[in-house]
Design a protein around this ligand. Structure first.
Ligand code: NAP
Length: 294
């Protein structure tokens, strides 16, 4: 552990519940240390009913910025002074900047996902994509895939009505979004059991929680034989590093990418808002991998 933040030092952090296993403190602190910055990063466990007090506390204590994670990403929006267009589009905030007494909410999840794809050499422009899941991660990823020029995006979910709602809400808000394509690509909703769409996909992204925690050992794919060899399978789950989906996709001859890159890059992108420059990704990658294996 390093010493206390002192002098002109600045404090950053994470609001969530639970946060005890979060990788973010190790990742940001390693980056601060490597860059000789007098900053600290602390995870704060915040119960949902205490969120308004915690947000007021950021101002009272002069905390410079925070990340926000489950379960507060959506409920924090009305508590902030300003929410950027991108965060409104996604409907969630994962990064807050405290500037001139005001709290400004951003979202770097979709951006972090696109950076992770780019790092793996995958270009979403022109791709037929299947997004499995219709929660917050699916919303961030589906919207950014459309902004990045995907040719077709299908959102498949256990609860089909939720996928339909996501598609209709994003279609409406993307129409007014900066950088949106002039012509919206086909953007559809359906059930997880959609073999034709999965067989035709160039890129399949798991945005369900299947594969992690109590659902480790489960996969969002009903039948792995639906996977086409050569397709790219991205699992946003990063703990464990090899989920059942990743294992089955490898066996099917797909290119696989795990979710740790998205976590690293959403953190590195948060630096753009906190410090005006991207976080050092190689240092953050190494710290995240080390924290994951601890
Ligand atoms: P969320 O809003 O709670 O959404 C959960 C999704 O999982 C919903 O689509 C839900 O379907 C589906 N699901 C849950 N249990 C299921 C089951 N038994 N069978 C089928 N579907 C099931 O969560 P989120 O915030 O979007 O997060 C989703 C995943 O993304 C998590 O694994 C999270 O770790 C990951 N994530 C990763 C990063 C990263 O940086 N790598 C960032 C954000 C999120 P229903 O709608 O039918 O309930």
């Amino acid at each position: 552990m390093r010493g206390q933040v002192g002098g002109q030092g600045r404090l950053y952090g994470l609001l969530g519940r639970p946060v005890s296993h979060s990788i973010s403190p190790a990742m940001h602190e390693a980056a601060f240390l490597a860059q000789g910055m007098n900053c600290r990063y602390q995870a704060f466990q915040v119960e949902p009913e205490a969120l308004p007090t915690a947000v007021a506390g950021l101002k009272a204590l002069g905390i410079s910025g925070v990340n926000v994670t489950i379960p507060h990403k959506e409920s924090i929006l009305p508590l902030l002074d300003e929410v950027t267009e991108n965060a409104r589009l996604v409907g969630a905030v994962n990064t807050i900047v405290h500037r001139n007494g005001r709290l400004i909410g951003y979202n770097t999840d979709g951006w972090g996902f696109l950076c992770a794809l780019e790092e793996a050499g995958v270009r979403p422009a022109g791709a037929r994509v299947v997004v499995l899941g219709a929660g917050g991660a699916a919303r961030a990823i589906a919207s950014h895939l459309i902004l990045a020029g995907a040719a077709h995006v299908a959102v498949l979910n256990r609860t089909v009505e939720k996928a339909e709602r996501l598609v209709s809400e994003l279609t409406a808000s993307l129409g007014e979004a900066k950088g949106a394509p002039k012509q919206m690509p086909p953007f559809t909703a359906g059930a997880l059991e959609s073999p034709q769409l999965i067989r035709a996909a160039d890129l399949i992204v798991n945005c369900t929680s299947l594969g992690m925690g109590e659902q480790a050992g489960d996969s969002p794919l009903t039948d792995p034989t639906w996977l086409r060899p050569g397709a790219i399978v991205y699992d946003t789950v990063y703990r464990p590093a090899e989920t059942r989906l990743i294992r089955e996709a490898k066996e099917a001859g797909c290119q696989v990418i795990g979710g740790l890159g998205m976590l690293v890059h959403q953190g590195a992108c948060a630096w753009e808002y906190w410090f005006g420059r991207r976080g050092p990704t190689s240092i953050m990658w190494a710290a995240a991998k080390a924290a994951l294996t601890e």
